[in-house]
Design a protein around this ligand. Structure first.
Ligand code: FES
Length: 193
């Protein structure tokens, strides 16, 4: 395969050959697929991609998507088209904490632009960029369904609502102190095991 997926880079067969998810991730993926009837396991693709992203430093390279396609017995294009549609999947390397600021109506009218500006200045990055230490990426996304708490942002499985500069300072400080990657799989996956 030599095609380049939008927003990513060319497929590298030797990188693909070296991909192996952890036992725990493989068990979780198997359990997610078993939730659906025979032949309908493609329905598990969204949560499986969250697991894949957590296993692969927070982003889905063409090689990781190809690996997922093999695990799920899907065509690679079926994985690419889903991964490239949703903003929650990253098709290029990102920081450990991806700050996804909602920019849709409720958040926009309640200061989303100021939130983006404040975070950008504080971390010295622009939208779409990652800090030099690899800790934070700033991203804007469409409505995250927490309009009542506008303006808000998501980082991994955590929602931060009614944002103020003080709240942003505090969450960035906490994430720095924790120093670990924030993933959607930080949600409780116990019921898949
Ligand atoms: S508009 Fe921001 S969460 Fe809905």
């Amino acid at each position: 395969m030599a095609e380049v997926i939008q927003g990513t880079r060319a497929f590298n067969p030797s990188t693909r050959a070296g991909i192996q998810f952890s036992e725990e991730a493989l068990k979780t993926i198997e359990a997610l697929m078993k939730r659906y009837p025979e032949g309908k396991h493609k329905s598990a693709l969204l949560p499986v991609l969250h697991v894949a992203q957590a296993e692969a430093d927070g982003w889905l390279s063409p090689e990781v998507m190809d690996y997922v396609a093999e695990l799920m017995k899907l065509q690679p294009i079926e994985v690419y088209e889903v991964a490239s549609f949703y903003s929650m999947y990253n098709l290029k390397p990102v920081g450990k904490c991806v700050l996804e600021v909602c920019r849709t109506s409720s958040c926009w009218t309640r200061g989303a632009e100021d939130v983006v500006d404040y975070i950008g200045k504080k971390l010295n990055i622009r939208e779409g960029e990652t800090t030099a230490d690899g800790m934070f990426t700033l991203k804007t996304v469409e409505c995250l369904g927490a309009c009542g708490g506008a303006p808000m942002l998501q980082c991994g499985a955590e929602y931060h609502e009614n944002l103020t500069e003080a709240k942003i300072d505090s969450l960035i400080e906490r994430y720095r102190a924790e120093g670990r990657r924030k993933c959607y799989t930080d949600l409780d996956y116990q019921n898949t095991k």
